[in-house]
Each structure stands twice: as structure tokens, then as C-alpha cells.
Design a protein around this ligand. Structure first.
Ligand code: PLP
Length: 356
């Protein structure tokens, strides 16, 4: 049966990426060798790295003076690397969920952390507004898309201090004004590639003179100076990332992806809002994520959760169990998910409701 993959991460990848990766595992760039067994210093792999970096810059219109890195350690390592390199005295953080919270915890190891606002009071089901970023902060950090709670900030903020963003689960889903940011990071396993690589887009001059001695591997400058090849990079995820980036370009770039993503999200939210038995967990439409749609059964139907899950499974729907801190359901609508899969989910929701 055809599967409809709504996993939050690792998550669906385009067939183009999967097939080309499979081919390269057998024979990489006509070398007669597998991508798994060639030197990262070979000219064939260097070409992969160069093109992947160039395509990130092209697709996101990254201005001059920035580097694109593919690092190991996941987005979680960036929670520590960012303050290690940039937090001299004080940093400002917006607390919008589990991932933001984890980033705050790491930052506290390096200096004062000013949490400018938090939506924890309502289990992170909204985006806080009207907060003030202190002008004496070394930087402001926020999470653009809260993968677990299904909230998202789709407008690049204007800040009086350096701006850092965790874009792990919505990078490549909208145009970004990169010039406003000093550092953007994103784990690959949501909108790009298999787990194992993290994209970092960093303004070179923001990390030239770190405020403390930093171990070589955790110093951004090390990786900038070596073109993201200081040590062995995550070769296979970078190869897959390149395939996805080519696919994105072929489709027409970020604006086309954004249009498709908005259409998918609108279809699902409309079905939820129009449903007798389901409701969205994020009330304010403006705060709703277009990547991770969280919904629950209304309290009077709550006991049907397991039943709906089984019904959805029978339709080939995979990965819609909500995160344990929210419950209910979460449908992740990453770029590679076809509209057809959203239709299948929406139809399943209607059919289930009509049978009650
Ligand atoms: C998944 C996720 C992370 C964690 O990524 P890892 O690569 O597992 O470290 C961090 N931030 C956000 C927003 C995420 O969605």
C-alpha cells in the first residue's frame, strides 16, 4: 500500500533525492566506487560540497560575506556552539517551546540569559508578542518553527542586536532575508537530507574573533576557513542534501516551494476547523505552523484517539502521532510531502467523522 509519510523528523524526502542517493551508494559519479567509500578529499566529493554550498546561497539569496557550512552534531550542538562563540556577557532568547528551552539551557553555561518572553503558560500554543530585546545583548536567538507545538514565526524580525535563528524545521519553506541574520542553523533531517548534517549560514565577520578560547572543532572560524572540510564532513547526508537542493531549484526555487507548502497547510487547517470532532491546538491562525500541523479530538470525542490512529494507519498514513507534550496528532507537511498525501489525510478525517 502507498504510504503517506507525516513524520516530524527524520521525515519524508523526495523520490529524486532517495533514488539518486541509492544510485550513488552503488556507483558515485562514475568512479566505480560507492559514495560510502570515497575520500572526502577526492575531486568528485569536493564538487558535491561546492555545489551544495553554492545552491544554498542561490536558493536563499545569501548575500556576500556569509559562509555555508555542513556540520555534524545536529541542531542540538548549535545550541552550545552559538553561545560558545557569541555570548560574551548576555544573550536574549525567545522561549517558544522545547527546542528554544534547550537552547536557553546551553546558553546559560556561558553567560547571562535574558528570556524576553515565553509562551510556556499556555503549553506553547502561541507566539509571544510585544517583547523588548535589550540593546546590550550580544545577540537575540529564536526558533522560527516550533516543530513540537506547531507554531511558527514567518517574518524575519528586525533587531537592535545580532540575530540568530534555529530554522531546523522550516528552512527552505519561505524566502528569508538572510542579511538580517548573523547566524542561521538547521538540522538537515526535516526539509533537506538524512540525519547527520546541520546547515549553518553564518556572517563571517560575526565569528572572526570569539570572545573566549574555543576548542578547534567548536569554533565556527575553523570551519569557515576550511570551507566546511576541516575534518571529515557527513559525506552521505551532504550528497543527499545536494540532490534535494537541485530538486528545489528544478521546481522553481523557494517561492514555488512556499506556495505549495501554504496550499497544503491551508487544506489541512480548513479540514480541521470545519470538523465536528477535531480541533487545532494553536488557536491564532497567524501563529500556526505551515510545516507541523497539530490537532486533537475535541474533549467529547477524546476517547476515539486510538481508533482514529488505527483508521489512519489503514489508509497508509504514517507518523501522525502528536508529540507526548501535546498529545493528539501532528501532521508534518515538509516540502517533499505531496498534496495528494494531505488529501488522503483530510479524506480519512472526514470518513472517520461521517461513520460516527
Ligand atoms: C529537530 C529539531 C532540533 C533538534 O535537532 P537535532 O538535529 O536532533 O539536534 C532542534 N530545533 C528544532 C526546531 C527542531 O525541529
Amino acid at each position: 500500500m502507498k504510504k503517506h509519510n507525516f513524520y516530524a523528523g527524520p521525515s519524508i524526502m523526495s523520490q529524486y533525492t532517495i533514488r539518486n542517493t541509492a544510485d550513488a551508494v552503488i556507483d558515485f559519479a562514475n568512479t566505480g566506487l560507492s559514495i560510502l567509500e570515497v575520500s572526502h578529499r577526492s575531486k568528485e566529493f569536493q564538487a558535491v560540497m561546492d555545489e551544495a554550498q553554492a545552491l544554498v546561497k542561490e536558493l536563499l539569496e545569501v548575500p556576500q560575506g556569509y559562509s555555508v557550512l555542513f556540520l555534524g552534531g545536529g541542531a542540538s550542538l548549535q545550541f552550545a556552539m552559538v553561545p560558545y562563540n557569541l555570548l560574551k556577557n548576555k544573550a536574549a532568547y525567545l522561549d517558544t517551546g522545547v527546542w528554544a528551552h534547550k537552547a536557553i539551557k546551553e546558553a546559560k553555561l556561558f553567560g547571562e540569559v535574558d528570556v524576553v518572553a515565553s509562551s510556556e503558560d499556555k503549553n506553547y500554543n502561541y507566539i509571544p508578542r510585544d517583547f523588548v530585546i535589550p540593546a546590550d545583548a550580544d545577540y537575540f536567538h529564536y526558533t522560527t518553527n516550533n516543530t513540537i507545538y506547531g507554531t511558527e514565526i514567518r517574518k524575519d524580525p528586525e533587531t537592535p542586536v545580532r540575530l540568530v535563528a534555529d530554522m531546523s524545521s522550516d528552512i527552505f519553506s519561505r524566502p528569508v532575508d538572510v542579511a538580517r541574520y548573523d547566524l542561521i542553523y538547521a538540522g538537515a533531517q526535516k526539509n533537506l537530507a538524512p540525519a547527520g548534517a546541520t546547515i549553518v549560514i553564518v556572517r563571517d565577520d560575526a565569528v572572526q574573533a570569539p570572545c573566549r578560547p574555543i576548542p578547534t572543532m567548536l569554533n565556527y572560524k575553523t570551519h569557515i576557513d576550511k570551507g566546511s572540510m576541516f575534518n571529515t564532513p557527513p559525506v552521505l547526508p551532504i550528497f543527499s542534501a545536494l540532490q534535494t537542493l537541485r530538486y528545489y531549484k528544478e521546481l522553481g526555487g523557494i517561492k514555488v516551494l512556499e506556495k505549495m507548502d501554504l496550499e497544503k497547510a491551508a487544506m489541512l487547517y480548513e479540514a480541521i476547523d470545519g470538523s465536528r470532532i477535531f480541533q487545532a491546538t494553536v488557536p491564532d491562525h497567524e501563529d500556526r505552523s505551515i510545516m507541523n500541523v497539530c490537532f486533537v479530538l475535541k474533549p467529547e470525542y477524546a476517547e476515539l484517539e486510538k481508533q482514529f490512529m488505527e483508521f489512519a494507519t489503514s489508509k497508509g498514513i504514517v507518523g501522525i502521532k502528536g508529540h507526548r507534550s501535546v498529545g493528539g496528532f501532528r501532521a508534518s507537511l515538509y516540502n517533499a510531502l505531496p498534496l495528494e498525501s494531505v488529501k488522503v489525510l483530510v479524506d480519512a478525517m472526514k470518513e472517520f467523522q461521517d461513520k460516527l
